[in-house]
Design a protein around this ligand. Structure first.
Ligand SMILES: *[C@@H]1O[C@H](CO)[C@@H](O)[C@H](O)[C@H]1NC(C)=O
Ligand SMILES: *[C@@H]1O[C@H](CO)[C@@H](O)[C@H](O)[C@H]1NC(C)=O
Ligand SMILES: *[C@@H]1O[C@H](CO)[C@@H](O)[C@H](O)[C@H]1NC(C)=O
Length: 445
């Protein structure tokens, strides 16, 4: 075909198209593109995907925590999460709550702005990494973020962080057993996710000479982030973390359980009990053996539910009624041993990096007094904490109310202006009133 013929053919096609249809608006074109993306086959859920296994034929257990073991492109995630150029999934070695070698997966998003980065334009290359822990609050491994993000992100923080030009890593910190509420497991997997990402981030153009790292999480995501912060000194002493933002903390799992039973989010109790017990075999056996036979299946069904589904299913129920011995069954010796290992923040070290803690005084998931006590404990031994106690809103509202403050704080930590904007010594505790969010009922989550 000659060039002229090609031009004519193309032109006639264009003419035909423009005659037969009116031009679409940009919004319609975006909608079409999104539909086309949804028509692509979805990736396989982690429980069925052979990629979610430790590598075969290598002694990965003998590698250092944080060792990168596998990486793959996740080509749909830049369509479901805004401001992402590309996304990768990384499988790495970590350590479970029993200090056995284990593995976890994180999703690394490269910001859209990184297209400007080249060896001749180093000043346009990213120089910040945020490890953002999603509150996925479920003991169902198929609700892990690396899979769930394929239908979009829940709160928009990832795309906003990418819009600021940050690399964003989103770990499945509950690990391959979906060990929801297991603090050691979550802290280790969070720290090792950062170590693994740092092994490849330079290849994707992160300025390794000046890059800073921060952690951020709300609620279940703050659980992982806080445990990472207090464990980092002993577990990852060489890893530099510039700051950690913690919203809606739940420092004490048994206190949370007592507080939310028979309330809107009681469904987090079965998910939390089965999740934490995946790391404690004897406790798991005990829980299952003490379930009343008539309702055991309902209780155990949380293993295949998302957080929102379990909250809906168990809304306002008395979870202790599922047990033959009621409340007492959850406080036997085997259960207490589990909580003591994995359930209480503040006993594994003092965060060496600055913290921003924000919490609704009227939080209905975890008493503000527990967070006050944790902050005071750390402040008594030299931590550097800015603590906002918000007099407006409850647990769900504070996710939105605290977001801009968290972004401002994280930005200063990541761009190196922290010491000019915030106090670098001791603790600053403030009662504040930020009332931006509408009331969000639990069943809407
Ligand atoms: C998404 O990532 C894929 C794989 O890297 C790439 O081919 C594609 O161009 C990206 N899409 C957008 C919208 O950036
Ligand atoms: C956790 O909370 C429970 C119930 O409020 C309390 O009895 C216990 O002392 C707390 N544990 C720790 C370690 O703070
Ligand atoms: C904040 O309010 C509490 C009451 O909720 C009060 O006890 C405390 O002294 C106040 N703290 C500051 C720093 O003003």
């Amino acid at each position: 075909m000659t060039f002229l013929a090609y031009v004519l053919l193309s032109w006639s096609m264009v003419a035909t198209i423009s005659l037969s249809a009116t031009l679409k608006t940009p919004q319609e074109l975006i909608t079409d593109a999104n539909k086309a993306a949804q028509a692509l086959p979805l990736p396989i859920p982690p429980s069925l995907d052979p990629w979610y296994r430790a590598p075969i034929g290598v002694d990965w257990q003998d590698t250092d925590p944080g060792q990168l073991l596998k990486i793959r492109l996740a080509p749909r995630l830049n369509l479901t999460v805004g401001n992402a150029m590309t996304a990768y999934q990384i499988l790495y070695r970590t350590t479970d709550s029993q200090y056995n070698p284990s593995w976890a997966v994180t999703t690394l998003f490269i910001p859209w702005w990184q297209y400007r980065c080249s060896s001749s334009t180093p000043h346009l290359c990213a120089h910040a990494l945020l490890s953002y822990q999603i509150p996925y609050d479920t003991c169902n491994v198929d609700a892990s973020p690396s899979f769930g993000l394929h239908v979009g992100e829940p709160y928009g923080e990832i795309s906003d962080a990418l819009g600021l030009g940050w690399f964003v890593s989103v770990p499945d910190y509950e690990g391959p057993l979906a060990s929801y509420a297991a603090g050691l497991q979550a802290g280790h997997a969070t720290l090792d996710g950062v170590r693994a990402v740092m092994q490849v981030a330079g290849v994707f153009g992160l300025r390794m000479d000046i890059a800073k790292t921060a952690l951020w999480g709300y609620s279940g995501g703050a659980l992982a982030s806080e445990w990472a912060a207090e464990l980092s000194g002993q577990y990852a002493p060489k890893l530099k973390i510039a700051g950690v933002a913690l919203g809606g903390l739940t420092p004490n799992v048994t206190s949370v359980t007592d507080f939310i039973n028979e309330r809107e989010c009681a469904g987090l109790i079965p998910a939390g009990l089965l999740g934490i017990a995946t790391q404690h075999e004897a406790a798991y056996q005990w829980i299952v053996s003490r379930l009343k036979p008539a309702t055991a299946q309902v209780f155990l069904s949380v293993k295949s539910l998302t957080a929102a589904q379990s909250i809906t299913l168990f809304r306002r129920q008395n979870i202790y009624d599922y047990f033959v011995g009621g409340y007492g069954d959850l406080h036997t010796r085997v259960m207490r041993m589990m909580y003591n290992v994995d359930g209480y923040m503040g006993y594994h070290g003092v965060p060496r990096m600055p913290l921003f803690v924000y919490k609704a005084v009227y939080d209905e998931l975890s008493k503000v007094a527990d967070t006050d006590a944790l902050v005071n404990r750390f402040c008594g031994v030299g931590a550097n904490i800015l603590y906002h106690r918000n007099l407006a809103g409850g647990h769900n509202e504070e996710l939105v109310n605290g977001r801009q403050r968290a972004f401002a704080w994280l930005s200063s930590v990541l761009d190196g202006s922290y010491d000019q904007v915030y106090s670098t010594m001791g603790c600053t505790i403030l009662n504040v009133t930020y009332n931006l969010a509408p009331y969000v009922p639990w069943y809407k989550i």
